[in-house]
Every structure is written in C-alpha cells, then in structure tokens.
Design a protein around this ligand. Structure first.
Ligand SMILES: [Zn+2]
Length: 344
C-alpha cells in the first residue's frame, strides 16, 4: 500500500512532463500494464486475509481510476496541441506580400501601329492588309512608276523572282501596292489604312533598316481636295503628338501622287523654337503624301473625272523614334526587354 501511495504521489508530475503521445503511451503501459504495480497488486489480492481484501481492492481500483483520468486528460491536451501545430503549419497568411506575375506587353512598334490605326479608325477608315511578296505591277506599274525609275533597281528593291515586268516578284518596298489592290476590289468611296512590313535593300544605320513598318492611308471619294488631306493630317498630328501641334506641307515628288508633299509637324519638344529633337528647325518631317495621281485611279478602273483622293504613308519606326527620343532604329529589332519595358 505504501508503494501504491508513492506511485500516486509521483504520477501527476511524471504525466505532466510528457510532451508527445508516443511517450505518453509508454508511460501508460508502465503505470497500468500487465507488469505494473497496479496489476501485480490486484493479482496479489487473493493472498490477503479475506477481511482486508475489499479495502485493498477498493484502493487499487481508486488508484487505477485516478491514473486513467490523469493520462486521459494529458492525452487530450497533447492531441489538441498536435492538431494546433498542424493547422498552424497549413495556415495561409493572406497579409504576406505576393509575387507580381510577369505580364507581357505589346512591342513598341505594335503599340505605335495600333495607335495610328485607331486614330484613323476614329475617322471612319477601314483597316486592310496585303501580301509582303508582291508583283512589280502593284508595287510600281499600277502606281505610275515608270520602268526606268531608279527605285526599281536591285540596289533599292529586293527581288524574289525575276521575270517579264510587270510579273516580277519582289518584297514590297512600301505599303502603297494595297492602294491599287484595294481599289481594284472596292468601288469608291474608299477610306482605308494599311499597316504592314516593307523591305528595301538598305544597309542598317541609325535611321534605316532593310525591314521596317509602314502605315499607308488612302481616301478616294467625290470632291476630295488637298484641303481634306491637310485637315486629315493635322488631325492626326494633334491626336498623336498633342493638341497644340500644327503641320506644314512642303513640295516633294512621288510617282503615284500629284501634287506630292512631305508633311512636317511642329516640334512637340520645343514648340517650334528649335531643339535637338527637331535639329534646331522647329519642325519634324513625318511622312510623304499627296493627291492620288489620275493615272493610278485609271489603272484600277476609276474615273478621275469624277473621283479624286489623297494618300499618305508614314514609317512606324520613324514616328516612334521621334516621339520617344529613340536614337537608333536597331532598338526596335534587338528586342532587349530592358529597352522595351520602358514603353508601356
Ligand atoms: Zn524642337
């Protein structure tokens, strides 16, 4: 009975010292298992005098019940702690800063082309595209370019397949062939913009590339005048470079327009007083334009007596370089993301 008393006195501290369920099971079998003091005492009850048996038996029973209660309480606590640890490990901390996903964006050239196209779409122009490998007929002949014109030379034009003119195949040197192709397929009125890649036998330098992007515009209708051309391009300049821009048109020559002009916009960087962007002149040359030559209208079956129109063509690289102060055309093609990321 002394041993039993000692066991009960020391048990609470031993049970409380257990910190994991496995050790608790080991202690449980030590305290209550077949080899425990409780079990051996119970087995020895038969050797006691009959009048002592109930009293001792009751004490053994009471000791067992107390130990069982202590162990159960400890087990419940340890199980709850284990569950809490599991939940804590699984918890998602929604206040932690996340990782920003890397989002792609359009190339600056695509952005520029899209923006120009949007401006003209706002005026009711449709968008068309044409083949990059083109017949000499559409690239030159239908555009009033004589057989002897220097632009046809191999030093300027990249030929794909030689043949009898105008069946020669070449990489289009401008987006203008779509003027003829579009008018062949559509009756006037025609209001269309044509963005696309063009090719020339140019060496790469700061402002030239053998491949570059052009945006062509064509408006053909009754009573179209040079004033309409000027007003349309002035609207474009204000939309693209800001509401305070003005334009000027200087005489030039292109085979497929008459009269022809080059369009300049007042410098957006210095407002016309002269700076590095405009080389001190206050003006920036943006594109070529003019009234569609009657020969071009006739080549596609239009009657120039009743129909007139204007056309213009700009380089997407050129206007993007001017606008963003980009000093070399190669930045568009090297696709260095550190450069491209600056334009969003
Ligand atoms: Zn300037």
């Amino acid at each position: 009975m002394d041993l039993l008393h000692e066991l009960l006195t020391g048990a609470p501290a031993r049970i409380d010292a257990i910190v994991d369920l496995e050790s608790l099971s080991a202690l449980e079998s030590e305290l209550l298992g077949k080899k425990s003091l409780i079990a051996s005492t119970r087995r020895g009850l038969g050797q006691l005098p009959p009048d002592e048996r109930p009293k001792v038996g009751a004490q053994v029973h009471e000791a067992q019940r107390r130990l069982e209660d202590l162990l159960a309480a400890r087990r419940e606590l340890l199980e709850r702690m284990a569950e809490d640890r599991l939940l804590a490990g699984d918890r998602v901390d929604v206040t932690l800063e996340g990782y920003e996903p890397s989002v792609g964006r359009h190339h600056l050239l695509t952005q520029t082309v899209d923006e120009v196209v949007d401006i003209f779409a706002g005026l009711g122009y449709r968008v068309a595209s044409g083949p990059e490998v083109e017949l000499a007929w559409y690239n030159f002949d239908a555009l009033n370019t004589p057989p002897t014109h220097p632009a046809r030379l191999e030093s300027d034009t990249l030929y794909v397949e030689y043949g009898e003119e105008p069946d020669e195949m070449l990489l289009r040197t401008h987006t203008s062939p779509m003027q003829a192709r579009y008018m062949e397929q559509h009756e006037p009125p025609v209001y269309v913009v044509v963005p696309g890649r063009t090719f020339r036998a140019d060496a790469l330098d700061a402002t030239h590339s053998p491949v570059f992007y052009q945006i062509e515009g064509l408006a053909v209708d009754e009573h179209i005048t040079f004033g309409d051309l000027k007003g349309t391009l002035a609207h474009f300049a204000r939309e693209f470079f800001g509401p305070d821009r003005t334009i000027r048109l200087l005489p030039n020559f292109f085979p497929f327009t008459e009269p022809s002009a080059e369009m300049h916009v007042s410098c957006f960087a210095c407002d016309g007083s002269g700076c590095r962007v405009c080389s001190g002149s206050g003006w920036i040359e943006l594109m070529g334009c003019g009234m569609v030559d009657p020969n071009v209208l006739e080549a596609v079956g239009y009657d120039p007596q009743h129909i007139s129109g204007f056309a213009f063509g700009m380089g997407a690289e050129r206007i993007a370089m001017v606008r963003h102060g980009i000093n070399h055309i190669r930045h568009f093609y090297e696709n260095d993301v550190r450069v491209l990321r600056q334009f969003t």
